[in-house]
Write a protein that binds this ligand. Sequence first.
Ligand code: SF4
Length: 315
Amino acid sequence: MSDLIGFQNVEPHFIELIRRAATDLPRDVEQAIASARDVERPMSAARNALDMLLINIRKARESSAPMCQDTGMNLWWVRYPAGPHERVLTTAIHAATVAATAKSYLRPNTVDSLSGHNDGTNLGEGAPQIHFHQWDEPVIKADLLLKGGGCENVSGQMSLPNAEIKAGRDLEGVKRAVIKMVLDAQGQGCAPGICGVAIGGDRAGGALAAKEQILRQLGDHNPDPRLAQLEAELMEACNGLQIGPMGFGGKTTVLGMKVTARHRLPASFFVSLAYECWSCRRWSVEIDVRTGVASFTETTHVAAEYMQHAARKAE
Ligand code: SF4
């Protein structure tokens, strides 16, 4: 147990973080869905679908109930002051997960892949996923993403070059790969989606980097002008596919396109797509370790740090 007061009572803050993530959609995502509804044709299936989502979002927030029956794979990114605190935080996250499941903020959603058994706790091998990073701030920052299974099923990864889609190892090839994966999804995974894309890395690193992109605010701008342009072009191209909300057809296939790049080996060129459904459940908490005071935000700090880092690189 740490002497720092902020480490001594983190579990209630983590339970509240789970509750908010599961029941309270970030306003930027809700606003994007409302704007998309307004551009779809009156009485169309697309518009009706988006109207239903907005009702669902409001009711979930008002009743503090999960906005989707699949409460997702729980992905945590935790920053904490250097020191022997990792086990304290792991224990608190596990306890908060069990408690949040008992309160029905989370569905019992974690299945033993070998036996098929679900023990109802949401704990298991690799569940929840926790990514720890030490830093010099006197603050614990936890970013939580609840990522649904349907949208995970239509996420993907391609290795370039790819002759079928005439994609080379360049940004035009990346564009073709992303469009191909969004086209293949055909609105499954509960479109309109938010696409996190990673160019490069190895298979595992690329997939994780793509997922981290989902933590970014929809309205932000990539500070690397090459990636900013790629994001804009991909948004236009994917919405031009006319797949629409839930695959009903329409102008809104994706709500956001967020791209990052990782160094790669000369032999490899992966394009990883983390497809996130409309139910983009991301929340953050900051806990001051000197006072124990917690504050919650819809904007994740992994995203903010990414943007600062990317801005420095682009200078
Ligand atoms: S993909 Fe998202 S919205 Fe669809 S069922 Fe899964 S969690 Fe729910």
